[in-house]
Write a protein that binds this ligand. Sequence first.
Ligand code: KIV
Ligand code: ZN
Length: 388
Amino acid sequence: MSKDKVHIFDTTLRDGEQVPGCKLDTEQKLIIAERLDLLGVDVIEAGFPISSPGDFNSVHEISKLVKNASVCGLTRAVKKDIEAAAEALKMAKRPRIHTGIGTSDSHIKYKFNSNKEAIIERAVSAVKYAKTFVEDIEFYAEDAGRTDNEFLARVCEAVIKAGATVLNIPDTTGYCLPEEYGAKIKYLKENVTGIDKAILSCHCHNDLGLATANSIAGVINGARQIECTINGIGERAGNTSLEEVVMILRQHPTLNLDTNINSKLLYDTSQMVSQKMGVYVQPNKAIVGANAFAHSSGIHQDGVIKNRETYEIIDPADVGVTESSIVLTARSGRAALAYRAKNVGYELTKTQLDQVYEEFLSFADKKKEIMNEDIHDIIVASGISIEI
Ligand code: KIV
Ligand code: ZN
């Protein structure tokens, strides 16, 4: 049975770039956009054109450059925003306007000092107006995570009638539990008339560390687009991480879902975005962190050396990492030492290994990590006689 496609909507250049200190210039954004296109994302959210002349220009230039992906510009449900986005996107092969409004009680009361009926009217007018410029309209119900499902369904129904092609259901504050977010998507699938005409999209924030889990719960329950960023960069604790959702779907074939992403480009893309934004990837970050394929305890190392699958669920080559690493520390065992010694040219017999291992432990207790150059010193200090 062929797998259902989950569209990947990358918002590294919009939600990701909102992070303090991550500002990119147009040239840097163009390099990232080109890479995202090569990676195989379906939609690139290139920016928020009304927000500044620089952002407008970036969206305009990215629209000219991108060959395959749809290029999207964010707007509020405001005419002048929509006009700016339409203008910035006019050279795009596949332009998408992403418009929307807050739908939770707190947004309606505190942000808009309004009421539910007026919010639906504004949402519908924005979608209709955007539709006069481009065919592909995505509507976001900001703070959908805290919006009651019945009202959310009414909003969705109204904007589909007005011409929305994608319905973004953001957990803007990262509050939902996966079960709750999944149930929200299921409710919309089952209760919104006309839902078959639109794609439901998950846009989850990571305030409680649940962005990836919530997005996966969303697609299990019928959403077919995930909004995410490279390295999970984004407002506050970040957005759903692209590399995580792509690899979860790939490593779990029974879900019957997949994306168009060329996963072999994930590691390099992560590094490139990290360098351009000046934000380091945490070493224990899933999929692309420096330690994602590094084994340092003796028990794990012994297993991995015998067969990689004992402690690795992903072949590092599938995400563009050359190979797993066996890190030598005071927690490493003989198997790891023999393996690393062999890699630098020393084939040790069992007796030699026992002797070198004693020396290794006294070195390793004084250092965080034993490097290749230390191995030679350890072998010399152990007193064994061996040629390289
Ligand atoms: O988190 C959010 O609600 C957003 C919307 C503007 C789509 O980023
Ligand atoms: Zn967001």
